[in-house]
Design a binder for this molecule. Structure first.
Ligand code: FAD
Length: 343
């Protein structure tokens, strides 16, 4: 059923950064509606790596991605956000000093300010150009994300890629897989230096294999069942690695979708913002998290959290014109803990 929603702030995207924006807006008494194209909240954390540990969330030496989302939802809950899931925001138009958003489900969301927390937009994996790939994708032998680590218990896994995903999953899966081989075409990994060092140390101890500098050349197997991944160097030397699964981590292709048509200033598939306020080129429309760009931007959850706070403060005068904002720290006075579901 299409909904008509009146709110102070409409947040596009229920990833970690969109969820924290609910909290930051709530602390300033701004009500939020959150729309997401996916059926579940959590963005990349839920859709791409729910079981991966995250090590760079302040005060959490380690936290699973799914647990981080569950905690962010709990933190936002006292401010009773309206979640509209399984629908994409298609249109944005200015009206009466505010905005109206239209969704694929026919909803109309009227608001005073908009926060775009759309991450990588409608994201999808970059797929390797290999013959017969579709058959192995359909059987689950070739994958681009890990939703359940247990799927790989006792399996021979080839991991292709040189970034954080490849390195982190190699370190994690070596604990359950029969054998892990990491294929990378360059001698140096693009992952966090500490993780890359751990990977090299694990390889030196014989806990996994590194195939460097190799790239994927072919898949061998029958009826979707993978037997070997064939690797080749640029000089044409080849080797065959026994495998039940290929995990290809070549990054996400970014597609802003409808957001690219709203007349916002863009920079290489990202929305350009003023780093002091996170306001886009359209006054009253803010962008935070992975979708936003400015000099020095880091695509990290913690930086998105800070942007959520900056955007909330910057939009306050638009939501409450003429009302002075007296900055306060979070205390039980500011957070309606008593109304939090489950305490
Ligand atoms: P996202 O998580 O991408 O969420 C955006 C949401 O917006 C999505 O749910 C999408 O469906 C929705 N959306 C997009 N367009 C629309 C639309 N038009 N209408 C409605 N909904 C829309 N970061 C770290 O800090 N530490 C890590 O250890 C770490 N590990 C990572 C491991 C992997 C494998 C990957 C892929 C990423 C990792 N990251 C890590 C990056 C981190 O996940 C992102 O920085 C973070 O998810 C960005 O959050 P976000 O809320 O901006 O966007």
């Amino acid at each position: 059923m299409p909904a008509t929603v009146e709110t102070d702030v409409a947040i596009i995207g229920a990833g970690p950064v969109g969820l924290f924006a609910v909290f930051e807006c709530g602390m300033l008494r701004m009500r939020c509606a959150v729309v997401d194209a996916l059926d579940a909240i959590g963005g990349q954390c839920t859709a791409l790596y729910p079981e991966k540990p995250i090590f760079d969330i302040p005060a959490h030496p380690q936290i699973g991605a799914a647990e981080l989302i569950e905690r962010l939802e709990r933190q936002a809950a006292p401010f009773t956000p309206i979640y509209l899931l399984g629908r994409r925001v298609e249109s944005l138009r200015a009206e009466g000093g505010g905005f109206v958003l239209g969704t694929t489900a026919g909803d109309a969301i009227r608001c005073k300010a908009v926060v775009i927390a759309a991450g990588a937009g409608a994201f999808g994996p970059n797929r390797p150009p290999l013959a017969g790939l579709e058959e192995f994708e359909a059987s689950g032998a070739v994958r681009y994300l890990v939703t359940r680590r247990e799927d790989f218990r006792g399996k021979r896994v080839v991991i292709a890629g040189g970034g954080d995903s490849a390195v982190d999953w190699a370190l994690s899966l070596k604990q359950v897989a029969a054998r892990v081989t990491v294929v990378h075409r360059r001698p140096k990994f693009r992952a966090a230096p500490e993780s890359a060092a751990q990977l090299e140390a694990a390889a030196a101890r014989g806990e996994l294999d590194l195939a460097i500098p190799y790239q994927l050349q072919a898949l061998e197997g029958e009826r979707g069942r993978l037997s070997f991944v064939v690797l080749a160097t640029l000089k044409g030397e080849t080797k065959r690695v026994e495998a039940d699964h290929l995990l290809a981590f070549f990054g996400l292709s970014m597609d802003l979708g409808p957001i690219a048509r709203w007349g916002l200033a863009l920079e290489r598939h990202h929305v350009r913002v003023d780093p002091a306020t996170c306001e886009t080129s359209l006054p009253g429309v803010y962008a935070i998290g992975d979708v936003a760009t400015y000099p020095g931007k880091l695509k990290l959850i913690l930086q998105g959290f800070s942007e959520a706070a900056m955007a909330a403060h910057a939009m306050y005068p638009r939501v409450f014109p003429g009302q002075a904002l007296h900055f306060e720290y979070s205390t039980s006075k500011g957070v309606p803990l008593a109304s939090a579901p489950g305490g």
